[in-house]
Design a protein around this ligand. Sequence first.
Ligand code: CA
Length: 238
Amino acid sequence: MRLLVVEDEKRIADFLCRGLQGAGYAVDAAATGAAALENIHSADYDLVILDLMLPDMDGLKVLEKVRNRKVGPPVLILSARGGLDDRVKGLEQGADDYLVKPFAFVELLARVRALLRRGQPALEKLQVADLTLDCIRRKVIRGAETIDLAPKEFGILEYMMRNRGRPLSRTMIVEHVWDMDYDGLTNIVDVYIRHLRSKIDDRFPQKLIQTVRGIGYMIEVPEKPAERPAEPVSERQV
Ligand code: CA
């Protein structure tokens, strides 16, 4: 899940980014309306958190431009303008939620989670064979065993399970799990997949994380239960 925080006040932006990253999301920040629109045009966000009083334009203008696109991400307005008029105007113009500053981070996080769930109502728990990922409690269970994952490992597994049976390239995985400050190599994905395999697959006869030759990785119940495909060491990296 990748989020964009649009906020010109650095202290609030840092606070939001840190908190949301701590909750396991990939987060980018934009300090102006123009920067926000550039981000939204170039990346695929799952949610935008939008301040209204920006130095170069009104946040509602940003919202209007986002809503002019065919498929736009959900937008949560976070503003000091808490009057009924402002809230109604924001929601009328297509915001999905409106939170007034000052706010408690736990409330923001609850609303972020609710908005991210909205498009995928039945997917609070993801399941592949005996592997369950609880998106709300951020818990992973295989068989009867609870498995501890680092935030990035959890992010990769969640993204794969949401796209069960669909081969995902390393680039797609990086774009969904790392934020734009990450400019390293996509083969970091291979390292994380190795960690994930050691935690969720190695001790179990049925290997769920599959290597898709020439593409990347996919999670699915294997056709031949005991076989694990070779690591893609000789493959060309994207
Ligand atoms: Ca502001």
